[in-house]
Ligand binder design. Structure first.
Ligand SMILES: Nc1ncnc2c1ncn2[C@@H]1O[C@H](COP(=O)(O)OP(=O)(O)O)[C@@H](O)[C@H]1O
Ligand SMILES: CC(C)(COP(=O)(O)O)[C@@H](O)C(=O)NCCC(=O)O
Ligand SMILES: [K+]
Length: 279
C-alpha cells in the first residue's frame, strides 16, 4: 500500500492507495499541530511499504513525521519545489521557495490541461498559473476563509460557513455578526479569485482552464460564477506525477482527474474587467 501525506498549515491529510489496483482504500486527516497517537485518525503503517510526502508546515514537523514513519517504512519520497520538473519551469526567482503544495498542484494541473490556473483554498488561498509550453509565471497568496475570520477576532472563528448553504444566500448582506463576517469573507475570497483569474487571462491573452482544490474548495466552488473544475486530489496527483509508482501513474493517469471545463470567453472577461476598471 502507498501512503500519501499532504501536510498543510492547518490539516495533515493522508490517504492509502493500493499499488496494484490504484484504488484509494482509506483517507483521513488530523490537525498538523497534533501528535500521532493510536486511536486518532492515523493510517495503519503495517500495510504501508512506500510513502510520498508534501509538506508546507515547519521543517521540524516534517522531521518529526519522517522520524516516526522511518521506524516502519524505509521507502519515503519527499517532494520539493525545483526550477524544472515534468516539462514545467518554475517562475519563482528562488524556485525552492515556492510552496511545494502549489508546485504539486501546478504539475498535476499541467498534466491534465496543458496550461491552466490552479487555486488552492486552504489556510491560505493561492493562485498559480502555468502557460501552454510549461512556463509557470508565479502567483498570488491571500489569507484563507478561516484566517480572514480569525483576524477579525469577533468570536466567529468556530462558526463555519455552512457548506450546504445556498451560495447566493452566503453572498447577501448579513443581519447578524456571524453572517456579516461569514458572508463578507466569502465575498472577499470569491471576488479576489474572480479578479485575479481574469487579470491573468487578460494579460496572457488567453482563457486558461481554472482548477480548484483545498479544504474550502467545495464551498468556494459553489460561489464562483466562472467555469472551473474541482479536483480534491490535485496535490496528491502532483505526488503521483513526481513519484509514479503504480502502472497507471506511470502512464500519466492521476487519481480523481476531473473533466476539463472549457474556460470563460476571453472577450467577455475583458468586458467585465473594463467595466470594473471604470469604477
Ligand atoms: N473536516 C474539516 N476539518 C477542518 N477543516 C476543514 C474541514 N473541512 C473543511 N475544512 C476547511 O478547510 C481548511 C483547511 O484546508 P486545507 O486545504 O486542508 O488547508 P491546509 O492545507 O492549509 O492545512 C480549514 O481551514 C477549514 O476552513
Ligand atoms: C502559501 C502557503 C502558506 C499555502 O499553504 P496552505 O494554505 O496550503 O497550508 C504555502 O504554499 C507556503 O508556505 N508557501 C511558501 C511561500 C510561497 O509559496 O511563496
Ligand atoms: K493553500
Amino acid at each position: 500500500m502507498i501512503l500519501d501525506l499532504d501536510i498543510g498549515n492547518t490539516l495533515s491529510k493522508w490517504r492509502l492507495k493500493d499499488r496494484k489496483s490504484s484504488e484509494i482504500r482509506a483517507r483521513g486527516a488530523m490537525w498538523t499541530r497534533d501528535e500521532w497517537r493510536s486511536g486518532a485518525d492515523i493510517p495503519d503503517l503495517d500495510i504501508v511499504d512506500v510513502i510520498r510526502i508534501s509538506n508546507v508546515a515547519r521543517q521540524d514537523v516534517l522531521e518529526d513525521t519522517v522520524r516516526l514513519l522511518k521506524r516502519r517504512v524505509d521507502d519515503i519520497h519527499i517532494a520539493h519545489s525545483s526550477s524544472e520538473a515534468l516539462g514545467i519551469r518554475n517562475g519563482y526567482d528562488m524556485p525552492e521557495r515556492l510552496g511545494v503544495d502549489r508546485w504539486l498542484g501546478v504539475l498535476s494541473g499541467y498534466q491534465l490541461t496543458g496550461g491552466c490556473c490552479t487555486v488552492d483554498c486552504g489556510s491560505a488561498i493561492t493562485m498559480d498559473t502555468v502557460l501552454p509550453g510549461g512556463q509557470h509565471i508565479g502567483g498570488y497568496i491571500i489569507p484563507g476563509l478561516r484566517l480572514m475570520k480569525e483576524s477579525l477576532k469577533l468570536g466567529t472563528r468556530k462558526v463555519v460557513i455552512d457548506p450546504e448553504q445556498d451560495a447566493l444566500h452566503a453572498l447577501s448582506p448579513g443581519t447578524n455578526t456571524v453572517d456579516a463576517v461569514n458572508h463578507g469573507v466569502f465575498m472577499a475570497a470569491i471576488s479576489a479569485i474572480n479578479r485575479l483569474y481574469m487579470e491573468v487571462c487578460d494579460s496572457q491573452g488567453m482563457a486558461l482552464p481554472l482548477l480548484i482544490t483545498g479544504g474550502d474548495a467545495a464551498i468556494v466552488s459553489r460561489g464562483l460564477r466562472l467555469p472551473h473544475a474541482h479536483w480534491p486530489d490535485m496535490v496528491y496527483a502532483g505526488l503521483e506525477a513526481l513519484f509514479p509508482i503504480t502502472s497507471a501513474e506511470g502512464q500519466g493517469v492521476l487519481a480523481g482527474m476531473p473533466e476539463v471545463v472549457k474556460p470563460a470567453n476571453l472577450t467577455e472577461m475583458r468586458k467585465a474587467l473594463a467595466f470594473t476598471r471604470m469604477l
